[in-house]
Design a protein around this ligand. Structure first.
Ligand SMILES: [Zn+2]
Length: 269
């Protein structure tokens, strides 16, 4: 990490805290939300990871102030109008880090919070990762993916090799999306229908990739773009709110009700 990126991270963190203290920059929005986590580690290697203690506190807030639902439940509400509780919140983890199995799974099981892991299938198969992606620690084995699945986790695809899809040819992007879905469906023994795009920003995923995801047989796909989900949200570009290890409890609470949405949009530019 360079001094410049460290300073930038510190500045963002202080501004996030200040915005959460001052109050809403946008009206409070109680629509359904999807949280996007990455790793869970007692010694987080980067701001993309939270500690087990942070996750425990945050899940207690989710249970106390919202209604935890599975991502499949939330997607069923989108697709066919299945009833959804007030302030529904779905919890997801990207990249399939082993520490999600080790630390997050027991915490969520204890609090009965359903969750989804988006897995990079090529890494489970020992295939090379995309050059743009450097995992910060070990990723799940197939046995661990199956153990999560048996424990009630939803498993979705995070592609084969975690490339920047918008920089791939259409054929390569289609292969990343369909081969990973096929492989997961084969291992789990049922159709896999959910996808989280790698990186998930509007710069790294293009509308072409949204179409390719639909053609590959997914029912819904998720970005890393803040906001609540509505029945009008595009099914192949659904928002998720990232949770960072540098988020204080106050910032986490403010994110849950949309108080930080406008700020996060500015921050992500
Ligand atoms: Zn990822």
């Amino acid at each position: 990490m360079t001094v410049k990126s460290l300073a930038r991270g510190l500045l963002k963190r202080s501004l996030r805290g200040a915005v959460a203290t001052i109050g809403p920059l946008a009206s409070v929005d109680d629509g359904p939300r999807i949280l996007c986590y990455h790793g869970v580690s007692s010694e987080p290697p980067d701001e993309w990871s939270v500690t087990p203690a942070q996750l425990t506190e945050q899940m207690a807030i989710v249970c106390g102030e919202g209604s935890p639902v599975s991502l499949t439940h939330l997607v069923a509400w989108l697709l066919d109008g299945t009833a959804l509780p007030e302030r529904a919140i779905a919890v997801t983890f990207d990249d399939g880090y082993q520490d999600v199995y080790r630390y997050a799974a027991p915490i969520l099981a204890k609090l009965k919070v359903p969750a989804t892991a988006f897995v990079i299938t090529g890494l489970c198969d020992g295939l090379p990762r995309d050059a743009s992606y450097v995992p910060s620690r070990p990723t799940l084995t197939w046995d661990e993916v199956l153990a999560l699945h048996r424990d009630g986790w939803t498993i979705g695809s995070h592609t084969l090799s975690h490339p920047i899809l918008s920089q791939q040819s259409a054929a390569d992007s289609a292969r990343e999306l369909s081969d990973s879905r096929r492989r997961l469906s084969e291992v789990l023994g049922h159709e896999v229908t959910l996808l989280a795009y790698p990186y998930g920003t509007r710069r790294t995923v293009s509308p072409r990739d949204h179409r390719l995801a639909e053609q590959a047989g997914y029912q819904a796909a998720f970005l890393d773009a803040v906001g609540s989900v509505s029945r009008r949200s595009p099914r192949f570009a659904l928002p998720r709110c990232k949770v960072l290890g540098t988020d204080s409890q106050k910032v986490f609470r403010a994110s849950l009700c949309g108080q930080l949405d406008l700020w996060r949009r500015i921050e992500d530019r």
